[in-house]
Ligand binder design. Structure first.
Ligand code: NAX
Ligand code: ADP
Ligand code: K
Length: 483
């Protein structure tokens, strides 16, 4: 299920309060790490602990000491000049030096496991070039790396890289989980994340507005009563499919039907074909006619285009009060037409917006790189500015209603292919049609979309070639297995 994520400032506050109470946090962190490593790596391992100038380095000295006592071959290499260490780290170093020397001559060639204790949440500027060179050599050598707290070079709040990062197979993170481990570059850098709370009392933690989202439960709104009919599960209207882009609207409509919407009508901007031969249960119509029919939920944008007809259709649907999902060119039109933007913000009904980073950047009038550098801030700002539930797609999709933010736990790079966004829009619309709230439908839809790709990855390990249509089928399977 979901669990909280803490920002650097929140963690520093927790730490200082607990240290003031006399809790031996560094000893606990280093011991927990050594115990985990002892359980996962053979005693024949040759371990080199890279230590840095702060308390993360202190964790590394404690960990080194316990692994040495447990019988591992352990080297400690301070990769940065050590000035005055803080008290706890200095004590941890002293205890290590009673057992073994520090190495200053680089990485021993027989190293089989690197423990990264260079920088933790105190990283506040780009990694120095000589340290970056060491990181790159270790990355290129493909050595096993276990990071303590956070991979060195990764920003704990945003998942951005400060110059260079030492990529880990596992990250053993302390006290609380961090957003930067799960979005942007976080998943690639951190590998599998293992949390050690270090026995802090529950009262030590503030209410966290940020969470990591995953679920194994079928949402209550999707549990079906026998006394139901297709009207019970809502009618979705998908508007899009301008000339040359019909497939986008079809994909979205198919996804909505497969995810349980009672009825789906696709209103095409280009001349509509009579029916979809692969899914004849879809209704196809011209957009101008479709928008006059009653629907419970609208999805506007897949293959919409940006011409005057598209603007007219969007203007009409923004004025309706049914839940509205906006994707692709619907978002690009909001970005370029301030009247549409204002109309969206003023809507009474629920709005969900589903941009990828470049679309988010257009809406926020920023560079895509600036959005990616601060994905959490960007998604909250989008939700706030448009009075909507917003997401920003990509590795660790972020979702916000303007107050709370969640990072999606599922998904993988197999989803980086055409049409996957159309499918996601259709899925969210189907969940809204079945009675989920805008926030729940978006969080759950994003999770299911990622979980579908994760299921496919189990038998396609390289993650190459997942089609958007296949994602729909896997999403249906994953959904029906939830209890
Ligand atoms: N505060 C505490 O008592 C505890 C901290 N813990 C560990 O300590 C870490 C945080 O410790 P710190 O706040 O000391 O921070 P770090 O150990 O992450 O690093 C801070 C030090 O690195 C320097 N620095 C930062 N960025 C640099 C850069 N790019 N190039 C060169 N030097 C740079 C800073 O000037 C400072 O000396 C946590 O991530 C966790 O691993 C845990 O031991 C639990 C208890
Ligand atoms: N590297 C990745 N890891 C996880 N999910 C990804 C990755 N790349 C893309 N996705 C997901 O795939 C979908 C792609 O959507 P989008 O870019 O709108 O594609 P399209 O417009 O072609 O349909 C989004 O849900 C996104 O989060
Ligand atoms: K580290």
């Amino acid at each position: 299920m979901t669990h909280p994520l803490y920002l650097r400032a929140e963690l520093q506050k927790i730490e200082s309060q607990q240290l003031a109470q006399g809790l031996p946090l560094m000893e606990r962190a280093g011991t927990a790490a050594a115990r985990w490593i002892g359980g996962h790596y053979p005693r024949s391992s040759v371990i080199t602990v890279l230590v840095g100038p702060g308390n993360n380095g202190g964790d590394g000295y404690v960990c080194a000491r316990h692994l040495y006592i447990a019988g591992f071959t352990v080297h400690v290499w301070p990769v940065l000049h050590v000035g005055d260490l803080a008290a706890d780290a200095s004590q941890a170093r002293r205890l290590w030096l009673e057992l073994g020397p520090e190495r200053i001559a680089g990485l021993p060639s027989d190293t089989t496991l690197v423990i990264d204790a260079v920088f933790g949440i105190g990283l506040n500027r780009p990694v120095p070039e000589d340290v970056a060179t060491t990181f790159r050599q270790i990355n290129d050598a493909g050595l096993n790396v276990v990071a303590l707290d956070i991979p060195s070079g990764l920003d704990a709040d945003s998942g951005q890289i400060h110059g260079c990062v030492l990529s880990a197979n596992h990250t053993l993170t302390f006290i609380g989980d961090k957003p930067g481990l799960h979005t942007a570059h976080g998943q690639d850098a951190a590998g599998e994340v293992v949390l050690f709370e270090l026995d802090l009392p529950a009262a030590a933690y503030p209410a966290a507005p940020n969470t990591l989202y995953e679920t194994t439960r079928l949402p209550a709104q999707l549990r079906r009563h026998q006394e139901s009919n297709k009207g019970t599960f809502g009618t979705v209207g998908v508007i899009g499919g301008a000339a040359g882009m019909a497939g986008a609207a079809i994909l979205a409509g198919r996804a909505a039907l497969r995810l349980g919407a009672g009825k789906v009508r696709i209103g095409m901007l280009a001349a509509a074909t009579a029916y979809d031969p692969l899914m004849p249960e879809l209704m196809l119509a011209d957009a101008a006619l479709a928008i006059k029919q009653p629907h419970d939920v609208w999805l506007v944008g897949p293959g919409l285009g940006r011409d005057d007809t598209a603007i007219d259709v969007l203007t009409t649907l923004l004025s309706r009060s049914e839940p509205l999902v906006l994707d692709a060119d619907a978002l690009n039109l909001l970005a370029t037409h301030s009247a549409l933007f204002a109309q969206c913000k003023a809507r009474q009904g629920d709005t969900v917006i589903t941009p990828h980073p470049a679309e988010a950047a257009r809406l926020l009038n920023k560079e895509t790189s600036a959005v990616q550098a601060q994905r959490l801030d960007a998604v909250r700002e989008l939700a706030f500015r448009l009075n909507a539930v917003a997401l920003i797609k990509g590795s660790g999709t972020v979702v916000s209603d303007g107050l709370q933010i969640s990072i999606n736990q599922s998904g993988n790079a197999a989803l980086a292919s055409a049409g996957q966004g159309d499918v996601l829009g259709g899925m969210i619309a189907a969940l809204l049609a079945q009675g989920m709230s805008a926030l729940e439908a978006t969080q759950f839809g994003v999770y299911l979309h990622g979980a579908a790709a994760d299921q496919w990855l189990q038998s396609n390990a390289a993650g190459i070639g997942l089609g958007a249509s296949e994602t729909v089928e896997h999403a249906r399977t994953v959904l029906n297995r939830l209890k």
